[in-house]
Design a protein around this ligand. Structure first.
Ligand SMILES: NC(=O)C1=CN([C@@H]2O[C@H](COP(=O)(O)OP(=O)(O)OC[C@H]3O[C@@H](n4cnc5c(N)ncnc54)[C@H](O)[C@@H]3O)[C@@H](O)[C@H]2O)C=CC1
Ligand SMILES: O=C(O)CCC(=O)C(=O)O
Length: 435
């Protein structure tokens, strides 16, 4: 029998284009904050123009043979927003809502985030439009390898270093690293971070984003003169960031009164057993059916009467429509872009202390930086050293942003943008590449 040359059926997986309208367009949300900070900094008009535009946007078609034999073509993006301070750095997400505007906004946020915590990195982000929960491990591996091959011209320890984000994890990073290494003909561990520890990953990276959220929340409580013991916390999103933030805040003495994931939430005024919830998710994949609290919707969770709210899922959950109903005194933005620009002024009027995403969730990229340093040096640190150095950077960055917010009488978000934009602009000026 000869080779079967018939083409399998093919479909294209397209993003949900109507999801981001006006207030919910993440690139516009990023830009309106950028413009405000740029005006306050009286930013040079040339540098202003440079920083409003991404350096490079790549879109690739990714044909994947599904287990059924059907070929599906997925769309993937990688955006390098700015590399003036060092190699581009930022995660890869797999999600049906991925689109180029979102990836560009996330890449810009990575640029500001790395600069807020003063890492020698620029900013990037990647995404593939897919529903990873509906795909087999084999399909995900083939998708990851083909996507990596598609963007390989920009990848490299000195040019662009991915990491995990929504719906990607250590295993996906291992496939990226292996695909890149096969093309280079030798093992290159430092091309990605958030890898398994057995192959050059850093101890503490998996917990780092949630740990960073805990550290800055402790700083905010101290700043506002609020006691830690018994502080009530609601956490939206129970993945890498939300579950660890909840666990570490509980260990500090806070009472986690609500948690949620994509399947819904649970509330318990006497405190949720976070370790039991994590064990439940390890067994069942989601919180659905968790018996440790009464059901609460994701919308209701945001407006609960708590001291601290940690949105740690997706963008645009706090908008001009619900910001007025938020009762928390502190919002620690574990997710990227959970608050729209329209909601900022309402939260300000209510006197809510917002720890902005580019500061609050910078613990992840900080330990990614440590991982990259360890891989390049070939010498690995203890978890205690990683956590101690992370704490130093997070506390120092929180205090830098707070000092600037007091000096200019602006909120923490504007201060964080001012600090990061001024750092990026300084390097542009020194390098002279905008002239
Ligand atoms: N993983 C990391 O190191 C970092 C992640 N982030 C950001 O943190 C956020 C969460 O990321 P990860 O925890 O890594 O992702 P993940 O994929 O591990 O977890 C996401 C969680 O959000 C839940 N979720 C999804 N849709 C939801 C919805 N509509 N309502 C409520 N919950 C929903 C999921 O069920 C899951 O529990 C994202 O915005 C990501 O960009 C920011 C910095 C670093
Ligand atoms: O660890 C990294 O390099 C980046 C993680 C990330 O995607 C983020 O901070 O949003």
């Amino acid at each position: 029998m000869g080779t079967d040359l018939r083409l399998p059926t093919a479909t294209i997986v397209r993003p949900d284009k109507d999801r981001f309208l006006n207030e919910e367009n993440p690139f516009e949300a990023m830009m309106s904050r950028f413009d405000r900070a740029a005006a306050l900094l009286d930013l040079d008009p040339g540098i202003y123009q440079v920083l409003r535009h991404p350096e490079k946007q790549i879109t690739v078609s990714i044909p994947v043979m599904m287990d059924s034999g059907e070929v599906k073509v997925f769309i993937g993006h990688r955006v390098l927003y700015n590399t003036s301070r060092g190699p581009a750095k930022g995660g890869i997400r797999f999600d049906l809502n991925v689109n180029l505007d979102e990836v560009t906004a996330l890449a810009a946020w990575m640029t500001w985030k790395c600069a807020v915590v003063n890492l020698p990195f620029g900013g990037a982000k990647g995404g593939v439009v897919c529903d990873p929960l509906g795909m087999s491990v084999g399909e995900l591996e083939r998708l990851t390898r083909r996507y990596t091959a598609g963007i390989i011209s920009v990848l490299g320890p000195d040019s662009d270093v991915p990491a995990p984000d929504v719906n990607t994890n250590e295993r996906v990073m291992a496939w990226v690293m292996d695909t890149y290494s096969m093309h280079m003909r030798h093992t290159v561990t430092s091309v990605v971070t958030g890898k398994p520890v057995e192959m050059g990953g850093s101890l503490g990276r998996r917990e780092a984003t949630g740990r960073g959220c805990m550290i800055v929340t402790m700083q905010a409580l101290q700043q506002l003169g609020m006691p830690v013991q018994g502080t009530t916390v609601a956490v939206q999103g129970f993945g890498n960031v939300g579950s660890v933030a909840a666990q570490l805040l509980a260990r500090q003495g806070c009472k986690i009164v609500a948690i949620s994931d994509r399947t819904g939430g649970y509330t318990n005024p006497t405190g949720i057993d976070v370790d039991a919830a994590i064990a439940y998710v390890q067994r069942h994949k989601t919180l659905e059916g968790f018996a440790g609290g009464d059901p609460v919707s994701n919308d209701e969770l945001l407006t609960l009467d708590v001291d601290v709210l940690v949105p740690a899922a997706l963008e645009n959950v706090i908008t001009s429509k619900n910001a007025g109903k938020i009762r928390a005194k502190i919002i620690c933005e574990g997710a990227n872009g959970p608050t729209t620009a329209g909601a900022d002024a309402i939260l300000d009027e209510k006197g809510i202390f917002v720890i902005p995403d580019i500061l609050a969730n910078a613990g992840g990229v900080t330990v990614s930086y440590f991982e990259w340093v360890q891989d390049r040096g070939g010498y690995f640190w203890s978890e205690a050293t990683v956590n101690e150095r992370l704490e130093d950077i997070m506390v120092r960055s929180f205090r830098d942003v707070l000092a600037l917010s007091k000096q200019h009488r602006v909120n923490m978000r504007t201060a964080a943008y001012m600090l990061s934009i001024s750092r990026v602009a300084t390097v542009h000026r020194l390098r002279g590449i905008y002239a």
